[in-house]
Design a binder for this molecule. Sequence first.
Ligand SMILES: [Mg+2]
Length: 119
Amino acid sequence: MANILIVDDSRTSRRMLRDILERSGHVIIGEAVDGQEGYNEYVKLKPDIVTMDITMPVMDGIDSLKLIRKEDPNAKVVMITAAGQKEKMMEALKLGASEFITKPFNDDVVISTVNNLAK
Ligand SMILES: [Mg+2]
């Protein structure tokens, strides 16, 4: 079981991730709708794991990842990516992203990725 913060500007994506993760026994301790709010919530809530969308208004997932890893070099951040974001994925990897999950979500992939990180 892990305490998880979901950062995504899409309400549908947030709800889907919450449903999948709660069904597998994890606790969603917060949600944020852009990278700035995601960083603020990270500092406030200190989650075990963050799921971080890449494309968001105000501040994208890459800049938010950068801030979070600066704040906490051990932060576990799973990037949520869409097709055609290979360059962003490479950048996130360099910045210390732990894992990647591709949209559209596959329940089993989401669960196994998060469970592995929660160990
Ligand atoms: Mg988005």
